[in-house]
Design a protein around this ligand. Structure first.
Ligand SMILES: Cc1cc2nc3c(=O)[nH]c(=O)nc-3n(C[C@H](O)[C@H](O)[C@H](O)COP(=O)(O)OP(=O)(O)OC[C@H]3O[C@@H](n4cnc5c(N)ncnc54)[C@H](O)[C@@H]3O)c2cc1C
Length: 385
């Protein structure tokens, strides 16, 4: 006896979006979403993702709680022999009003949760999954309180350390980095005027993303130890350090929130679906926040899950197995292309070898000068398919 058509595990943004998509496809859905601390990250979402969120009814007008991203400035702040020129990408050049929008994850979470309320076939249980088994009759789940649930389809959206991924036997490759990301909100002397500004330092980028008015979200990637030391500084000393790293381009800086540090790693899976189990979001893929790809890719997972659901005949007894295979097939190219692109970009940013520096500097010169290449770069960065 099945408890639902589908169980979605994980209450992050990918899990919320997936639970809504599955319920909207008409499946009786249980969403396992244990309460956790608020997600202090922000997400730069490219236009295709924003359009998806609007068409899926997950958000209304992005301007109500997000900030438009109309320019990307890349500043080589290394003292390397071969330095790249400052490169500026304008959305107008790509024929767009904006590359995308920057949102606080807590605001996206609120918007997604609000759109869940209208779905009577979606039930949320605020408990974690403690055990997952793939029996002869399909997936079986044990909750933290010892109760059991069964459904033909399970969506694993339980993040980087996904229990669903491990227990369902998905082969994953993981690679930890010594770098981490420090995030916080800043009040600047001068606003960013819609520009996301990336200072490329030898240990990783220091990025200021527009957050409305003179506010900016900082995403600073560096060695974990360097970030921990920065975090331990007095407010005045940290402010002085951030001012120096931003090359004083935006006047004074005031810390608007406490700092948070996120460890960085990459995770890739061979297949994102099999045996009635599909993986979405960081359960299926994780990489450093370079080129704002993580949640953008997670939302493309959800869009493909919706497409696979629409293409599946659920009157067949093995529908969930076939759906999981169809989903894996739909996701394969995008996952391998995006993962490869971010990995190459990250390594080229950190590489100390002269050939890699030459390639990167040459690449940015080419992007600065060659319109056709810029057009291609826009398409890749936006996640166009
Ligand atoms: C500093 C930083 C900046 C970033 N900036 C961007 C950006 O600008 N643009 C972009 O597209 N991406 C960005 N990303 C990536 C993006 O934040 C992530 O890809 C996205 O938030 C992942 O969402 P998720 O739901 O897959 O995972 P998570 O947010 O990790 O959610 C996983 C959920 O699963 C739950 N869970 C775990 N185990 C269990 C269990 N056993 N049972 C039930 N639930 C469980 C957890 O409680 C959690 O709620 C950034 C990441 C970082 C670190």
């Amino acid at each position: 006896m099945m408890d639902a058509d589908a169980i979605v595990v994980g209450g992050g943004l990918a899990g919320l979006a997936a639970a809504i998509a599955v319920a909207k496809a008409g499946l009786s859905t249980i969403h396992l979403a244990p309460a956790g601390p608020p997600d202090r990250r922000t997400s730069a979402l490219m236009m295709p993702s924003v359009e998806y969120l609007q068409s899926a009814g997950l958000i209304g007008e992005p301007g109500a709680f997000g900030q438009k991203l109309s320019q990307i400035r890349i500043i080589d702040a290394t003292s390397r022999l071969l330095r790249a020129p400052e490169t500026v990408f304008n959305a107008k050049e790509a024929g767009l009003g904006a590359f995308g929008w920057n949102f606080a994850n807590v605001r996206l979470t609120e918007a997604f949760q609000a759109s869940m309320e209208a779905l009577p076939n979606l039930r949320t249980i605020a408990q974690p999954l403690s055990q997952f088994e793939l029996g002869a009759d399909g997936p079986e789940i044990t909750l933290a309180d010892g109760s059991h649930l069964r459904a033909p389809l399970v969506v694993g959206a339980d993040g980087k350390k996904s229990l669903v991924r491990a227990a369902a036997g998905f082969r994953a490759r993981e690679n930890g980095f010594t770098q981490a990301a420090l995030v916080c909100d800043l009040e600047l002397g001068r606003g960013l005027d819609g520009a996301s500004v990336e200072f490329h330092y030898p240990n990783g980028p220091f990025t200021l993303v527009p957050a409305g008015g003179n506010k900016a979200n900082l995403v600073w990637i560096d060695e974990r130890e360097v970030l921990k030391q920065a975090q331990a500084l007095s407010k005045e000393a940290l402010t002085a350090l951030l001012l120096e790293k931003s090359q004083r381009l935006f006047g004074g800086i005031t810390l608007a929130t406490p700092t948070h540090i996120f460890p960085l790693s990459t995770i890739t899976v061979d297949h994102a679906g099999a045996n009635g189990v599909v993986l979405v979001g960081e359960a299926a893929h994780a990489f450093p926040p370079i080129g704002a790809q993580g949640l953008n890719l997670g939302l493309r997972d959800v869009a493909d899950l919706s497409a696979a659901l629409a293409a599946t005949d659920r009157s067949q007894p093995d529908w969930a197995v076939r759906l999981s295979e169809d989903y894996a097939h739909r996701r394969a190219d995008d996952l391998s292309r995006t993962g490869g692109m971010v990995d190459t970009l990250f390594r080229s940013l950190l590489a100390d070898m002269l050939p890699a520096q030459a390639l990167r500097a040459g690449g940015l010169w080419a992007l600065k000068l060659l319109p056709a290449l810029r057009k291609q770069a826009f398409a890749v960065g936006m996640g166009s398919r």
